[in-house]
Design a protein around this ligand. Structure first.
Ligand code: PMP
Length: 444
């Protein structure tokens, strides 16, 4: 599947730049990532997308993981059509929001109640406010290379930098990801390297009883795909509690993807709060905060409450989509999960074999529904510092541009990850492996 010209994409991109900064609405979609300018997508069905020039691709980015059911799933299309005809949103109590909440709480092990937001960023923002209110502490700890959305205090150390800027492991330097944020904000953030209990323990000893929370992604998904060492996440939870802090698990990427109950189910974790987004909404904008009811109860109206407003909270159309999505994911004893694991593992195994056969120094990390390729001489990428030091991100970008020319849609950013949806098939994997075989010529 070789793609043809992208003339119309290029023309559209030129025009879009007159009205949109970088021609898009997020820097991860523009020319900073796609060297020849973004490919303007026009249509999607199942696991495939089509661009403005009519080129067809197998989509392995899937809206950064939001499209767990692929594009235009018939059951989702049906529920959207029906619901929108009845009125999309009332900003009032609806049966749609409780239907969605009931299913959510049934599937997520630690969900004693849930509050829906409009994005993952809003969810992590709310989780931190709740943790601060609950503990009376302002500071919190986040890990290097973890991304929790674009709320001010989270905008630290989530981009890749040369090793000499990172500071010592026991006292990492604070490196802002954005201008325009008050310096004082970052004074409340403690940074630690991930997958390293010795450093965490050391850092926590300096901050005992002054932290509201430790927040972590269960699988590091914003430096590609980095798995936790065995027992690591349980220990982070234990150390958080020992330090008097809440344990917040950010499942925006992993939620409803690795298991019906996300990574907390898979790794048997008991976070005090957890945050969701992406796959929950099957392509609709949503986030959620869940966890211990006594913490969530702080949002109840009254003196000293935690404020959380939002015109679009519990958006009726989105809530109906969520209920349908969760029904699909729970159906037939989790057949959807069996499927995404089978397809994902076939892609991972196939890519590993390909790189071995071609003698290309690369590792493919992850399992099942999510993985990433690193061009490196190392056996593993264990953390942010490994990523900054050893992952050849420009080689990866060249490789993905080679795939884009051969009918595979993926972001050339090495910091993201490959996503398998319920719509992917073994034929899609075969198409990927054929394209990857040819694209290896681009990185020789
Ligand atoms: N947390 C994690 C782990 C994420 O990967 C993201 C988005 N990539 C967010 C939070 C923010 O979610 P959103 O983009 O929906 O605001």
């Amino acid at each position: 599947m070789t793609t043809g010209s992208r003339t119309r994409s290029q023309e559209w991109y030129k025009r879009a730049q007159q009205f949109l900064i970088e021609g898009v609405n997020s820097p991860s979609r523009g020319a900073a990532v796609y060297s020849s300018g973004p490919i303007v997508l026009e249509r999607g069905r199942g696991s495939h997308v089509w661009d403005l020039d009519g080129n067809e691709y197998v989509d392995f980015m899937m809206s950064f993981g939001a499209l767990i059911q692929g594009h235009a799933h018939p059951a989702i299309v049906e529920v959207v059509s029906k619901t929108i005809a009845e009125g999309s949103h009332f900003a009032a109590a609806t049966s749609a929001e409780s239907d969605a909440a009931e299913r959510f709480c049934r599937m997520v092990p630690t969900a004693e109640a849930v509050r829906f937001t409009n994005s993952g960023s809003e969810a992590t923002m709310l989780a931190l406010r709740l943790a601060r209110a609950h503990t009376g502490c302002t500071k919190f700890l986040k890990f290097e290379g973890h991304y929790h959305g674009w709320y001010d205090p989270y905008c630290l150390n989530a981009h890749s930098h040369p090793l000499d800027r990172l500071g010592p492991r026991h006292e990492p330097a604070n490196i802002p990801d954005s201008a325009g944020i008050a310096n004082a904000t970052f004074g409340d953030v403690i940074i630690a390297p991930w997958n390293d209990l010795e450093s965490l323990d050391h850092i926590l000893r300096r901050h005992a009883n002054e932290l509201a929370a430790i927040i972590t992604e269960p699988i590091m998904a914003n430096m590609g795909c980095i798995l936790p060492r065995e027992g690591y996440l349980e220990e982070v939870g234990r150390l958080a509690h020992q330090a008097g802090a809440l344990f917040i698990l950010d499942e925006v990427v992993t939620g409803f993807r690795y298991a019906p109950g996300g990574c907390q189910e898979r790794y048997k974790l008991r976070p005090d709060l957890s945050t969701f987004g992406k796959a929950l909404g099957a392509g609709f904008p949503v986030g959620a905060v869940t966890g211990r009811r006594e913490i969530l109860e702080r949002m109840r109206w009254g003196d000293g409450m935690v404020l959380h407003y939002g015109t679009f909270n519990g958006h009726r159309l989105t809530m109906r989509v969520i209920a349908k999505n969760l029904d699909l994911l729970a159906a037939n004893s989790g057949a959807a999960y069996k499927h995404v694991f089978e397809i994902g593992d076939a892609a991972i195994t196939g890519l590993r074999e390909l790189f071995r056969r071609k003698n290309i120094a690369a590792v493919v990390q992850g399992y099942g529904p999510m993985f990433q390729i690193y061009f490196t001489n190392r056996d593993f990428i264990f953390d942010y510092r490994d990523y900054c030091q050893y992952a050849d991100t420009s080689k990866y970008s060249r490789f993905v541009h080679g795939l884009l020319d051969r009918g595979i849609y993926m972001t050339p950013s090495n910091g993201l990850h490959w996503i398998i949806s319920t719509a992917h098939t073994i034929q899609d994997v075969e198409t990927l492996l054929r394209a990857a075989d040819e694209a290896c010529a681009e990185i020789a």
